[in-house]
Write a new protein. Structure first.
Length: 129
């Protein structure tokens, strides 16, 4: 999925967003923020200061507290993790399999052939797996 972010700049850590935008807007302290999620203030502090990644458990807690779901927070953390690995990891030597390229093209073709049930003709029998 294309983004507007420059590839050389690291994605925003979810803790930075919480520290710089969310907590000031809500007008609450780290301690109160932690208490509302039933986690330690230290855990919240380490996330806010980007020393700890946001776990799926914390994403669920944040999503429920903020009302925006865990997915947003997990995607932010995933972007940070992937960026760091791609920057530091040694993946340049891995070459794509020719069979994988062909499979990807076939999969793309089949995806255009499958239609949701609501789009199917009432006279045509349903697809069989």
């Amino acid at each position: 999925m294309p983004t507007l972010r420059r590839k050389k700049r690291a994605p925003t850590h979810p803790g930075a967003l919480l520290r710089k935008v969310v907590l000031p807007e809500l007008g609450i302290t780290q301690g109160e923020f932690a208490a509302r999620q039933s986690v330690s203030r230290r855990s919240v502090s380490e996330i806010l200061h980007e020393r700890r990644p946001l776990t799926p458990d914390m994403a669920i807690r944040l999503g429920r507290l903020m009302g925006n779901g865990a997915g947003l927070w997990l995607r932010m953390q995933q972007a940070v993790d992937l960026w760091a690995l791609e920057k530091e990891g040694d993946y340049a030597h891995i070459q794509q399999l020719r069979a994988a390229q062909n499979f990807r093209e076939r999969l793309r073709h089949h995806a255009t052939q499958i239609r949701p049930a609501a789009w199917r003709s009432p006279t045509r029998p349903p697809y069989r797996n």
